[in-house]
Write a new protein. Structure first.
Length: 289
């Protein structure tokens, strides 16, 4: 398992993939390898200039790459809906984009920014794309979480964090939500008899533009994973025939154990219900009776 590399990816010709936040870092590394192995890839990001630049980078690296850019701002549910309306086919959705360790802020719809972007935006996107995903024979949804989920706590009476905001605790909460969502999506898919596979990944501490590390950033980058290494869990989850729904993969493609809170089915179901109310997106195909 530890020796797995992107060269082990199968031929992905005919596979249509969407990678959120693919304009840089782990997302770009993920999109590049998928395109290198024949997938048709959508680079979905909020910044048109950086998104189109990423497409150019991939096309220069992979001759004949089938890749294009589409605008998607996960902190704006109207943008999520507009993007989803343009998608007519998708077999592989990689919920990679995220923000972290930032000052308090709000999404366009008024949600706490880290929770609203990292969780609610991807929840809505997945739900809106679900009919197209289920139209394929082997759909997969890969959601990038983090071991920071272990410090996350959910208080449904204070989702706006009005009682106290912490950059790290807010990030951990959003990553906990990512894992709860991943596992609940798999449970609902199994209950519905669907072939959809839902997997979470943890890229490890990676040298990307995700975090601002201050004046020590150049030095600390020497001890961090490269974006290419950070992309390995997502790439393995995206295409390996050995993957199982509900797994949580970490650095060097090792299977990890989520926290007890992340595997709390009652908590996951409550989060799902609240997320449905907040976004207005209902996974009709996976609804409990």
């Amino acid at each position: 398992m530890s020796a797995w590399t992107p060269s082990d990816l199968p031929d992905l010709t005919g596979t249509t993939a969407i990678v959120t936040g693919a304009n840089s870092g782990i997302g770009l590394a993920t999109a590049l390898e998928l395109a290198r192995h024949g997938a048709r890839v959508t680079v979905a990001s909020r910044d048109p200039s950086r998104g189109r630049s990423a497409v150019g980078d991939i096309q220069r690296a992979v001759r004949g790459a089938d890749v294009h850019y589409a605008e998607l701002d996960l902190a704006d549910l109207s943008s999520v809906r507009a993007f989803a309306a343009t998608v007519d086919r998708v077999e592989l959705l990689i919920n990679n984009a995220g923000i972290g360790m930032i000052p308090r802020g709000q999404t366009r719809d008024g949600f706490e920014l880290q929770f609203g972007t990292n969780h609610l935006g991807h929840f809505a996107l997945t739900g809106l794309l679900l009919p197209r995903l289920l139209a394929s024979s082997s759909p997969r949804v890969i959601t990038v979480s983090s071991d920071a989920h272990k410090v996350g706590k959910l208080d449904f009476d204070d989702l706006g964090l009005e009682r106290g905001y912490g950059r790290t605790s807010s990030y951990g909460r959003s990553k906990l939500a990512n894992l709860l969502f991943t596992l609940e999506l798999q449970r609902r898919a199994a209950r519905a008899g669907s072939s959809l596979v839902s997997v979470a990944t943890h890229p490890g501490a990676t040298a990307t533009n995700f975090f601002t590390l201050g004046p020590l950033q150049p030095l600390l980058r020497l001890f961090l994973n490269s974006p290419e290494d950070g992309a390995l869990p997502s790439l393995y989850a995206a295409a390996s025939p050995d993957i199982r729904g509900g797994e949580y993969l970490g650095p060097k493609v090792k299977r990890l154990t989520p926290s007890r809170t992340a595997t709390d089915e009652a908590l996951a179901r409550r989060l799902w219900e609240v997320s449905t109310e907040l976004t207005g997106v209902r996974f009709q195909e996976f609804a409990y009776n």
